[in-house]
Design a protein around this ligand. Structure first.
Ligand code: F6P
Length: 341
């Protein structure tokens, strides 16, 4: 078989591990050929591709980013392309396509699949917010990076008796804030799922200082926002890809806390540091398993689906299940985290 692979949307540690695994399983397990499209769906539409052999994927397991490059494409352009997907498959002699990506990529994968292209998706996002899979690779790395950053920030915060407001990624779901906040022992965690009241954070910091503690760390997801009427904060605007650009809750909250507390507060925006660099062992393993299962699904003709982790098993689930709703942090997980502030 001739299998195409591409990585689309925001990058994520573990993408290269999937590509490597697909190539190994396809070539050595089945005697297939693999081609990689460059810069996501753009490579597919514009004919930028290259053959991937074992040499091409040698030494990339631990490398962050994606050797194929990535891009975001407007929905309209993809819908247009879906109409010609039989032509696209013919043009490249493709028997199947494995797109690796987040919600936008899996939506595009479904479009192509509905139009008749044999597609098997692989989910990725550091945000861990894709439904139908317990975990996405990249998440563990992001949590590890954010946790280490907060561990470091605690020592400098204590030296200066400051409040550190650490903004982590998480547009619509606060998984990174929840788990890194818990792992680092943050004293407040703000998630998009539960609007916060800055007065509660002020109370928490004052109580800590009354107990003789000399610093506090608040972990805030970029998509978190204050409850109505509790603080002046305007949410961000929508960009050309339909993504909300946030107004900077970390900066805004640090200023607000400083004003209300009369103590120094500093914002730290971790941003893309959470997405860059080498994946953790957990993410390398999950990504490698997803790649293996994607190739097996291709050989079974199990199309229109994506790999997913259920418990400890990798299973195939319909692409439609992955994109209908976002996986948000449930109430109980937030309660668990709050009980150890
Ligand atoms: O979807 C993952 C994510 O890391 C979000 O948490 C974040 O808002 C977004 O990507 C930013 O991506 P970019 O800067 O590439 O648009």
């Amino acid at each position: 078989m001739r299998i195409g692979v591409l990585t689309a949307g925001g990058d994520c540690p573990g993408l290269n591990a999937v590509i490597r695994s697909v190539v190994h399983r396809a070539l050595t397990g089945h005697g297939d050929e693999v081609v990689g499209f460059e810069d996501g769906f753009r490579g597919l539409l514009e004919g930028h591709l290259r053959a991937l052999d074992l040499d091409a994927v040698s030494g990339i397991l631990a490398r962050g980013g994606t050797i194929l490059g990535s891009s975001r494409l407007e929905r309209a352009r993809l819908s247009e392309a879906a109409k010609n997907c039989a032509e696209l498959s013919r043009r490249y002699g493709l028997d199947a396509l494995i797109p690796i990506g987040g919600e936008g990529t899996l939506t595009a994968a479904r479009l192509l699949s509905d139009a008749g292209m044999p597609v098997v998706g692989v989910p990725k996002t550091i945000d861990n917010d894709i439904s139908a899979t317990d975990r996405t690779f990249g998440f563990d790395t992001a949590v590890t990076v954010a946790t280490e950053a907060m561990d470091r920030l605690k020592t400098t915060a204590e030296s200066h008796q400051r409040v550190m407001v650490v903004e982590v990624m998480g547009r619509h779901a606060g998984w990174i804030a929840l788990e890194s906040g818990m792992a680092a022992g943050a004293h407040g965690i703000c998630l998009p799922e539960r609007p916060f009241d800055p007065a509660d954070l002020v109370k928490m910091v004052e109580e800590r200082f009354d107990r003789g503690k000399k610093f506090a760390v608040v972990c805030v997801a970029e998509g978190a926002h204050p409850a109505e009427g509790t603080m002046d904060y305007k949410k961000g605007e929508i960009d050309v890809y339909g993504h909300e650009r946030f107004a900077g809750i970390g900066n805004r909250l640090a200023v607000e806390l400083e004003k209300r507390l009369g103590k120094e507060a500093r914002p730290v925006i971790l941003g893309h540091i959470q997405r860059g660099g080498t994946p953790t062992a957990y993410d390398r393993v999950l990504a490698t398993r997803f790649g293996w299962h994607a190739v097996e699904a291709v050989h079974r003709g199990d199309y229109g689906k994506m790999t997913a982790l259920r418990g400890t098993d990798v299973v195939m689930v319909p692409l439609a299940d992955a994109i209908t709703t976002l996986k948000r942090v449930p109430e109980e997980r937030m309660d668990e985290a709050e009980s150890v502030y």
